[in-house]
Design a protein. Structure first.
Length: 83
């Protein structure tokens, strides 16, 4: 039963990657972030089983949306619910 000793958290992948490059820690990041930056000096280890995250679409209750916006929301829900 291990627990992480989290000393610092950063919001930006670039900052996390720089800390890792300098030997100051490690980062748990989505694959898309890792693949989108220059990560030649970093190693990646895939975590199994795959981690999951919950995402949200936020809409104001006080606003009336066009049918196009509602269709986009439906499309997003359809896409993410298939995964």
């Amino acid at each position: 039963n291990m627990r992480a000793n989290i000393v610092m958290e950063v919001e930006r992948f670039e900052a996390a990657a720089n800390f890792v490059r300098q030997g100051m820690g490690y980062a748990v990041i989505p694959r898309a972030y890792y693949q989108s930056f220059n990560t030649n000096s970093l190693n990646a280890i895939q975590i199994r089983p795959n981690m999951q995250r919950t995402i949200y679409i936020n809409l104001s209750r006080k606003r009336q949306y066009t049918q196009e916006v509602l269709d986009l929301v439906d499309l997003c829900q359809y896409y993410w619910n298939r995964l």
